[in-house]
Design a protein around this ligand. Structure first.
Ligand code: NAD
Ligand code: ZN
Length: 355
C-alpha cells in the first residue's frame, strides 16, 4: 500500500508576503462578529512585527512562550484560554514563530475540536475530528514543521507527535524577511535540523524517488547556506526547510532523531541543538553527513556542549532509552526491519554516554 499523504493546501512565498496575511484571512472570516486567534512567539513582544499582525476587532493575539519546547499541559491550557474567548470556535488559528510555536498552533487548532487532553492523541492517527482552519508562519527555518503532519509535544509519559492528516496546516506563509532576526547560533541549530532530516531521509530504507527529489534539493540548499557565501541565504534556508520537510513526509527520519527525543525528554534539551549533540556522535552510521556537519560547525564557530549524559542517574538513562525506543519507524527506516538485533538497549546507552 502506498501512503496517500496530505499536504498543505495553500502556500505563499516571497519577501514581504507577510503583508498579504490580512487579505488571506479576510476570505476565511465568517462574519463581522467572528474572530481569529493569533498565537505569536513572545520573542516578538517588543519587535516591529507585533504591529504588523493583522489583529481586527474582535480577534485575540496571545503571546506564547517557548523557553521550554511545547508540552501537552501548555497546549491544553492555551486551548482552554481560546475557548474562554467566545462560545463560538474561532474562524482560524494563526501561529507565528519557530517550530515550537507552529506546533503549538497546530495542536491548539486540533484540540479545539477534539475532546480530552492533547496527551490522549500523541501517536499516529488518533485524532477523530478536523481541526479549526490553521495557518503557519515560520520565523525560524529548518524544522519543516510548516509542512509536516505532526505537532511534536512532550507529555507526561513521552515526547511524541500528534500525527494526523488534520494536523497539516491549511495555509502557510513563507516570508524570508521574518527569519532575519534569528540569533546566529539558533539559526545554525535549527538549520542543522533540516540538514539532518535530509541525511536521515536520503540514507534510510524508506527512501523513494519522491523523498529523494526533495531531500537532495534540500541538502544542496543547506550546503549553499552553511558552507557557501552567496546571496539570498534566508530565501534558500526557508526553501531547504520546506523541501526537507517534504522529503521526510514520504520517508522518515532516523537514529539521530530517535536519540534526540530521549535526550530532550529527560534533559529538556531543545530539538535543534539536541540533534547537533547527537549527530556529532553518529559517525558509525552517517559518516559522510557527520563529516560535512563538522565542517559547517567549524565555519560557523559552533561549540557544542559536551559530557551531558555521563553524570546522570541510571533511571534517567533508562528513561532516555525508553523514549528513544518508542520511535520504531525511525529505527526501522535507519536500520531495516530487523533493527532490534543490532540496536539493543546497551548499544543505545553506549551512544548516549558519548554525549
Ligand atoms: P523554537 O521555535 O523552539 O525557537 C527557538 C528560539 O528562537 C526561541 O527562543 C524563539 O523565541 C526564538 N526565535 C524564533 N524565531 C525567532 C526570530 N525570527 N528572531 C529571534 N528569535 C527567534 O525553535 P525551532 O528549532 O524552530 O523549533 C524546535 C521545535 O520544533 C521543537 O519543539 C521540535 O520538537 C519541533 N519540531 C517539529 C517538527 C514538526 O514536524 N512538527 C519537526 C522538527 C522539530
Ligand atoms: Zn527534526
Amino acid at each position: 500500500m502506498f501512503r496517500n499523504f496530505k499536504m498543505v493546501s495553500y502556500v505563499v512565498f516571497g519577501r514581504g508576503c507577510f503583508n498579504q496575511l490580512n487579505d488571506i484571512l479576510a476570505e476565511k472570516r465568517k462574519s463581522e462578529a467572528s474572530h481569529m486567534v493569533f498565537l505569536v512567539d513572545d520573542v516578538f513582544l517588543k519587535s516591529p512585527l507585533k504591529d504588523r499582525v493583522p489583529v481586527k476587532d474582535p480577534d485575540t493575539l496571545m503571546w506564547v512562550n517557548v523557553d521550554h519546547e511545547p508540552k501537552t499541559e501548555y497546549v491544553d491550557r492555551l486551548t482552554q484560554n481560546v475557548k474562554k474567548i467566545s462560545d463560538e470556535l474561532p474562524d482560524g488559528i494563526v501561529g507565528i514563530g519557530g517550530g515550537s510555536t507552529l506546533d503549538i498552533a497546530k495542536a491548539v487548532s486540533l484540540m479545539l475540536t477534539n475532546p480530552g487532553s492533547s496527551s490522549d492523541y500523541q501517536g499516529w492517527d488518533l485524532i477523530k475530528n478536523p481541526a479549526v482552519y490553521h495557518v503557519g508562519i515560520p520565523t525560524l527555518s529548518g524544522t519543516g514543521a510548516e509542512v509536516s503532519r505532526t505537532t511534536v509535544l512532550s507529555g507526561p509519559e513521552k515526547k511524541l507527535g500528534i500525527n494526523s492528516d488534520y494536523t497539516v496546516f491549511d495555509q502557510i506563509l513563507l516570508d524570508p524577511e521574518l527569519i532575519e532576526t534569528a540569533p546566529p547560533d539558533q539559526r545554525f541549530y535549527t538549520g542543522m535540523d533540516c540538514y539532518i532530516h535530509c541525511v536521515e531521509s536520503l540514507s534510510g530504507t524508506y527512501l523513494n524517488a519522491f523523498s529523494q527529489a526533495y531531500g537532495e534539493r534540500a541538502i544542496e540548499l543547506c550546503r549553499a547556506v552553511f558552507l557557501g557565501s552567496g546571496p539570498d541565504r534566508d530565501d534558500k534556508l526557508m526553501m531547504a526547510s520546506y523541501c526537507g520537510g517534504m522529503s521526510i513526509a514520504y520517508s522518515q527520519v532516523g537514529i539521530c532523531h530517535a536519540l534526540s527525543y530521549g535526550l530532550s525528554f529527560v534533559l529538556g534539551i531543545h530539538h535543534g541543538i539536541g540533534n547537533c549533540i547527537v549527530f556529532d556522535t553518529l559517525e558509525d552510521y552517517y559518516s559522510e553527513g557527520v563529516n560535512e556537519f563538522r565542517q559547517m560547525m567549524e565555519k560557523h564557530k559552533i561549540q557544542l556542549p559536551r559530557n551531558l549524559v555521563a553524570g546522570i542517574k541510571d533511571d534517567q538513562l533508562e528513561k532516555m532509552v525508553d523514549v528513544a525506543l518508542i520511535l520504531e519507524p525511525l529505527w526501522e527506516n535507519a536500520l531495516g526491519t530487523d533493527w532490534k538485533r543490532t540496536m539493543t538497549r546497551d548499544r543505545i546507552k553506549e551512544l548516549y554516554l558519548k554525549m
